[in-house]
Design a protein around this ligand. Sequence first.
Ligand code: PEP
Ligand code: MN
Length: 286
Amino acid sequence: MGATETAEPMVSSARKPYRLVSRDFHPDNSVVRVGNVAFGGDKVIVMSGPCAVESREQVMTSAEFMQRVGVPVMRGGAYKPRTSPYSFQGMGVEGLEMLAEARERFGVLIVTEAVDHESLARVAQWADIVQIGARNMQNFELLKAVGQINKPVLLKRGLAATIDEWLMAAEYVAAHGNLNIVLCERGIRTYETKTRNTLDISAVPVVKQLSHLPVVIDPSHAAGQWQWVEPLALAGIAAGADGLIIETHPNPAEALSDGPQSLNFRHFEELMEKIGRVARALGREV
Ligand code: PEP
Ligand code: MN
């Protein structure tokens, strides 16, 4: 082939920098199971809850609501990677204990973030799904450690990571022994400043072609404003995402982190209705 013919991919599949997470390695969709939830199957999995665990009352109120509206997985950060060192940093172990109590009482599974080796050890012990946030997507030593735990991981896309870099991050986890990975598109940094980030909807079909791993959408951190969460969530499902992770708060105006992008319970319930309708239109259930 001449030098000007570029129809062939630059990198042949045999030399791809990721292998275990690629579709070539595993042609069927992977299904990541946790409790009675399966990511990557027919159902669209909705996860929701506050950005951060703030108090026992906030967590229990949220968990009770999630149970009532049929959300199987509750989110809530006990360790918060905040851009400013002066922002609320999370409740740590105390927060994890509250999440565990909420699981006991209301039967919700828990997804919560680990930010370093120390918190990973604790989160892996308490949570059902370990979240690795955008800021740690290329913390390779942490990814190696995540590969050695026996809990599923929700791996968020880095703030400015390409799809290949994101898949290589997933490969780190897989190569160290953990193939229970759910990828999460949460918006990337672009020149646009009206939204907090730009939701890369195209990442869903692209990643699904390149990888067998389930992909979910986080419309909250993409939007930055609660009013835009609904259209982005619905677009994510329409694009083929396997689930959503959405920030809600019993009283967004009082939230200690990410209040502006958090839905109140009434708005979230309305969104759940619409998620159900879009999912059913595509032959899926919630
Ligand atoms: C979060 O889920 O609250 C969070 C910090 O997300 P991200 O890592 O995507 O910014
Ligand atoms: Mn948040």
